[in-house]
Design a protein around this ligand. Structure first.
Ligand code: ARG
Length: 477
């Protein structure tokens, strides 16, 4: 295998021979960074326009470059472009093809630029687009929850702690808990966009350039707020990717909790929700089964997203400034996390809209497990003047009695309750039903239907403000 290889046509000037096959295999990123083709071409177009504008290259060269780049864009989109591992990455694949197409003028494109600022730019543009996709997807998920919350503002279900029946809540209230979680995710997405909204183009290899470039112009042309301020940081920073990944990991973790609840709720034992055939699968051996596979997969895919965050943190850890080739390993993690997260959010949005809620089963479950015991204790405090700790004790005895008779609390005869504590009166039955219980919890953020409806109105208004006029309309903090 001593076949003499020619040196790299893009940077091989000082190299006598080409790379060993294994070197090429480990070095090439074209297998995955071809995903950045549109961003790469966009960046090169903006760069070449600025070079012409500032007189660094001629208008004629720029015209050829732009024409060539647009041709390459259509070739890639049509699937006719031939990617080559010898040319390492997307940047050199595009530039080499540009030379094929337009000849010598192609060599002027890379003036006052390095692959270091080029890749930092392309990747930032890609991550920014992805953050905007996640933004829109989260808005759709939140809207799905708002609709379900509205429909079920007064549907009583058991609220759980330790997955044990705790107190009755409304299903609308439970849905609104997810609205809060996903709205925080949305606010993290918007913060990340805001922080990363700077263009690294023109930082060149790491030190800036002696050419009189206009970085403000390229920043603006590429839709960034402003250029980055330090050329060394510009090529060594991958915080925008880390922030996307940490935001993605937190969001995926939220989605996994929702997925788990859907798995639990859709068991025949709970029977709170039923997924349609669109979101469930059958068993190949047990004909009676309907499995919540999509929810289980969302639950599992969280592991992938979280793992990618750790992978990238570990790649970046301990890297000296400025660019190191380690940073080429930033992309696959981000691409896979993005694709996975997009799918997870879409699947959960589908399930939230799809699931059929069994209000009767929820109410039945809410009524069992002595979920209104706290209401009895609160009544004893409010109406009979007991200190809460004593009321807790009295209630415990009432629950024990009801349990021994296998009866709900509100079925205990008044005489028996009075035997436990003589201060109890018939009025107590007004708070022992689950509906009375949820209705009474009208404190700010509480589960009472009227409070839930108020929170829905609040979020609908806020979301409207936050989506009007683009992602930066309101940060949602
Ligand atoms: N493919 C490289 C990456 O993804 C591009 C930058 C290469 N720069 C360099 N000096 N070798 O990071």
């Amino acid at each position: 295998m001593s076949e003499k290889k020619t040196s790299n046509q893009m940077w091989g000037g000082r190299f006598a021979s080409g790379p060993a096959a294994i070197m090429e295999a480990i070095n090439a990123s074209i297998g995955f960074d071809r995903k950045l083709y549109a961003q790469d071409i966009r960046g090169s177009l903006a760069h070449s326009e600025m070079l012409a504008e500032t007189g660094i290259i001629s208008a004629e060269d720029q015209r050829k470059i732009a024409h060539g780049l647009n041709t390459i864009l259509s070739e890639i989109e049509a699937g006719t472009f031939e990617f080559s591992a010898k040319l390492e990455d997307i940047h050199m694949n595009v530039e080499a093809r540009l030379a094929d197409l337009i000849g010598a003028s192609a060599g002027r494109l890379h003036t006052a630029r390095s692959r270091n600022d080029q890749v930092a730019l392309d990747f930032r543009l890609w991550v920014k687009d992805e953050l905007q996709r996640v933004d829109a997807a989260l808005v759709a998920l939140i809207e799905a929850f708002l609709d379900r919350a509205q429909e079920h503002a007064a549907t009583v279900m058991p609220g759980f702690t330790h997955l044990q029946t705790a107190q009755p809540v409304t299903f609308g209230h439970h849905c609104m808990a997810y609205v809060e979680m996903f709205a925080r995710d949305l606010s993290r997405v918007r913060d990340a966009i805001e922080r990363m909204d700077e263009s690294p183009l023109g930082a060149a290899a790491l030190a800036g350039t002696g050419f009189a470039i206009d970085r403000h112009r390229t920043a603006k042309a590429l839709g960034f707020r402003e250029p980055t301020r330090n050329s060394i940081d510009s090529v060594s920073d991958r915080d925008f990717a880390l922030e996307f990944m940490s935001t993605a990991a937190i969001c995926a973790t939220h989605l996994s909790r929702l997925a788990e609840e859907i798995v639990i709720w859709s068991t025949p034992q709970f029977g709170f929700v039923r997924l349609s055939d669109q979101f469930s699968t059958g068993s190949s051996i047990m004909p009676q089964k309907k499995n919540p596979d999509a929810a289980e997969l969302v639950r599992a895919k969280t592991g992938r997203v979280n793992g990618h965050l750790i992978a990238l943190l570990t790649v970046m850890k301990g890297l000296p400034l400025a660019y190191s080739k380690d940073m080429q390993e930033d992309k696959e993690a981000v691409f896979d996390a993005a694709e996975t997260l997009d799918l997870m959010i879409a699947a959960m949005t589908g399930m939230v809209r799809d699931m059929e809620v069994n209000a009767a089963a929820m109410r039945r479950a809410a009524g069992s497990g002595y979920s209104t015991a706290t209401d009895l204790a609160d009544w004893l405090v409010r109406e009979a003047g007991l200190p809460f700790r004593e009321a807790h004790h009295v209630t415990g005895r009432a629950v024990a009695l009801a349990e021994s008779r296998k009866q709900p609390l509100e079925r205990l005869p008044l005489d028996d309750l009075r035997e436990i504590d003589s201060r109890i009166t018939a009025d107590v039955f007004g708070v022992l039903s689950v509906s009375a219980s949820v209705k009474s919890r009208s404190s700010f953020g509480g589960t009472a239907p009227q409070e839930v409806r108020r929170q829905i109105r609040y979020w609908r208004k806020r979301l409207k403000r936050a989506t009007a006029g683009g992602a930066r309309a309101e940060k949602l903090r």
